[in-house]
Design a protein around this ligand. Structure first.
Ligand code: 2IT
Length: 449
């Protein structure tokens, strides 16, 4: 390991000893940058990497809200404005009870590279709260979102920081957050948040974009191997917005998603989640707030495996699309033993670093990293920002066409960045290098601060 990179990683480990997810992503990304740092001694000269691993700013705020029974509750809100060198901070808000600074920081760091890869002018940020949306009434969600925005609104804006959704924050939450922002500011301000409803500035295709983009990326990988997506079986996880988009696009292209998962276990549907009725049912399951995938098994009479993950299922393509650190060494070994050829990450950091390295070392296995594969979501958010500032509404075809082009470009840029540094066909290192290069150029140009 290059001594400079090793020293930056050591500092991050010492400073963030209680934030393992952040240390994990820093190690993963920086270890890809060895050939880049070797070729560009100027980066070490100004200690660029130490500035890249430190958020420009990160803050917490108090969020108090009243439950329906009249009791008062206090949660912590976070916003991490990680890197604004190439555009306003951009990234989602996650509402989940396990949210703490390490989660927000890891997501913010990933977002910097992902947003850079889109080629669009968006910096990286992330935020959220340890608020647990499970079992909350609509009125409770609204009061929480209003209180959250009362604390956050001064620090965001269309040229400053543009939040969006993530786990626990969907169109309903974005609506309440935006409503409160508009009420406080007394102005539309280009919509400020993305992922808005279509009636008030949302973009067509944004709900589908992360899943659609992931499938467009997969098509590029398959094409490289002289294969087609037609007839492929795909094992997915989760049953949220992202997995829904994958099911929809895969079905349209003649492939089928055969597994879904939830906190309760996974379902195996050999016929695939392909009919409009099945795909629509995912939205219903999510909306129910029950957070159970067993409902699908009961409704469509398919296998349900309680308490298990779907990674032992034989499928052509594995797409971990649920959450971070879903695939550990044990699952990685299972995936390799099943002879899977395509391991396409979708959720942010779904694989532990040792499992990721192991999978990349398997002969014949192709591994694609989430920061490239799921970038279609935030890219379409940037298209939403463009429409809002132009006061225009683009057609579904227009947005989808741009999304498709962006995904093709991300794939091609990743391939060439790895090749340029003599790493061969390495989509993981290629994405890290390509994402890094643009932010690094901007930071170098803007001087040391
Ligand atoms: O992880 C992600 O890229 C997101 N949650 C979407 C961020 C965005 O600004 O649309």
């Amino acid at each position: 390991m290059n001594a400079y990179i090793a020293s930056v990683i050591e500092n991050v480990k010492a400073r963030h000893a209680n934030e393992p997810e952040f240390v994990q992503t820093v190690e993963e990304v920086l270890s890809s940058l060895e050939p880049v740092v070797a070729k560009h001694p100027e980066y070490e000269k100004v200690d660029l990497l130490s500035r890249m691993v430190e958020p420009e700013r990160m803050f917490t705020f108090r969020v108090c809200w009243m439950a329906d029974d009249g009791t008062w509750h206090t949660n912590i809100g976070y916003r991490c404005q990680f890197n604004g060198a190439i555009g306003p901070y951009k990234g989602g808000l996650r509402f989940q009870k396990n949210v703490y600074p390490g989660i927000i920081k890891f997501l913010g760091f990933e977002q910097v590279f992902k947003n850079s890869l889109t080629g669009l002018p968006i910096g990286g940020g992330k935020g959220g709260s340890d608020f647990d949306p499970a079992g909350k009434s609509d009125a409770e969600i609204m009061r929480f979102c209003q209180s959250f925005m009362q604390a956050l609104y001064r620090y965001i804006g269309p040229d400053v920081d543009v939040p969006a959704g993530d786990m626990g924050v969907g169109a309903r939450e974005i609506g309440y957050l935006y409503g409160e922002y508009r009420r406080l500011k007394g102005a539309f301000e280009n919509g400020v948040l993305t992922g808005k409803g279509f009636s008030y500035g949302g973009s067509l295709i944004r709900p589908e974009a992360t899943g659609f983009g992931a499938v467009y990326y997969l098509e590029n990988v398959l094409k490289h191997e002289g294969e087609s997506i037609q007839g492929k079986t795909i094992a997915c996880a989760g049953f949220g917005n992202v997995t829904w988009g994958i099911c929809k696009k895969a079905a349209e292209l003649g492939a089928k998603v055969v597994t879904l998962s939830g906190p309760d276990g996974y379902i195996y549907d050999p016929d695939g989640v392909v009919t409009p009725e099945k795909i629509a049912y995912l939205v219903e399951m999510r909306g129910s707030g029950r957070n159970r995938v067993q409902d699908y098994a009961e409704k469509f009479s398919v296998e349900f495996h309680a308490g298990e993950k779907p990674w032992g299922v034989k499928a052509d393509v594995i797409m971990p699309s649920a959450m971070q650190n879903d695939v550990h060494m044990e699952q990685a070994k299972q995936i390799a033993a099943n002879g899977v050829k395509y391991y396409i990450e979708v959720a942010n950091m779904p694989t532990t670093n040792d499992a990721l390295r192991f999978l990349m070392e398997q002969p014949g296995m192709i591994v694609a990293p989430s920061k490239a594969v799921n970038a279609g979501g935030v890219a379409t958010s940037a298209l939403e920002m463009a429409q809002n500032s132009e006061r225009l509404v683009w057609t579904e075809e227009e947005v989808d066409k741009q999304l498709h082009q962006i995904m093709d470009t991300i794939y091609n840029m990743s391939v060439s960045a790895a090749e340029q540094y003599g790493l061969g066909y390495n989509l993981v290192a290629g994405a890290n290098i390509a994402g890094f290069q643009r932010v690094a150029d901007a930071m170098m140009a803007q001087g040391v601060f």
